[in-house]
Ligand binder design. Structure first.
Ligand code: LIP
Length: 271
């Protein structure tokens, strides 16, 4: 790890800046006068608040640690001189945010030499702040969390999500046709970072989704892992590395392999 980097210090900074951003986001969640433009498709929204929150967070990070780099969903791209790079999703679950649905969150992770070592996911409408530091566990509102011990997919509550591209959605719906009859039920929260944190705290037994960007999953995957879950790709244990075409799978150790096989057989790796 880069010299002088303390994962706890990075975690606390992640919580502080994510909370700052989440307060700004919560004040406008569900507002009817949000200015909205679309990104990749007509159903992929971005609002003025996504950009404001990203600016707020990146400015706070730069003020606290001027040598660090940062990349954000809305375009932030600062090179790192310190070896630390921040991954910022100013609003994960933008559709939830538009409608004022709890689950929209601010997700901030710190990566050192390519490894995520600290992260925070703040979901203000549920009143949840998840945080983790590598090797030091994960918490919800300061209390340690742990994933479930469910082993049988038939008794597992599984989260998933859908991309914005209609062709991908059609394939993801076909995967769901195969998965739904084999599990307890499906939940679609609308925010990948929350799906991962909920695997960590036991509100879900497992989760899979293809097509995420690194800022969607970086902090949530660390929370899930530090809470005892296994997080990997549908093809094996390697994390997708930010590749939009990889399918992430997360579950407790007793469930991971059977869930991975189930969603792989259903075609999730190609959806
Ligand atoms: C969203 C995810 C959601 C996923 C969408 C999208 P955004 O992030 O968190 O769960 O299904 O494809 O990536 O666009 O709201 O930041």
């Amino acid at each position: 790890m880069a010299q002088g980097v303390d994962p706890l210090e990075l975690r606390d900074l992640a919580v502080a800046v994510a909370t700052l951003g989440a307060d700004r986001m919560a004040a406008r969640a569900g507002a009817r006068d949000l200015r909205v433009v679309t990104k990749t498709t007509a159903t992929d929204p971005v609002t003025e608040v996504d950009r404001e929150v990203e600016d707020l967070i990146v400015s706070a990070l730069v003020a606290a640690r001027p040598g660090d780099g940062a990349v954000g969903e809305e375009g932030a791209d600062r090179p790192s001189a310190s070896g630390v790079r921040w991954l910022v999703d100013p609003i994960d679950g933008t559709v939830d945010f538009l409608y004022g649905i709890p689950g929209c969150n601010v997700s901030v992770a710190a990566e050192v030499e390519g490894t995520v070592v600290a992260g925070a996911v703040v979901d203000p409408l549920h009143g949840d702040a998840f945080a983790a530091a590598q090797g030091l566990g994960a918490t919800r509102n300061g209390t340690p969390i742990a994933c479930t011990t469910v082993a049988d997919p038939a008794l597992a509550l599984i989260g998933t999500g859908f991309g914005y591209d209609p062709a991908r959605r059609r394939r993801q719906a076909q995967v769901l046709v195969e998965v739904l009859p084999q599990v307890r039920d499906i939940r679609r929260v609308g925010a990948a970072a929350i799906d991962l944190c909920w695997v960590g705290c036991g509100r879900l037994d497992g989760y899979y989704e293809r097509g995420l960007q690194v800022w969607d999953w970086a902090a949530g995957a660390l929370v899930a892992t530090e809470a005892g879950s296994v997080v990997g790709s549908v093809d094996g244990l390697n994390l997708p590395g930010g590749l939009p075409d990889a399918c992430i799978v997360a579950a407790g150790p007793a469930l991971f392999e059977s869930l991975r096989t189930l969603v792989a057989d259903a075609g999730a790796g190609r959806a």
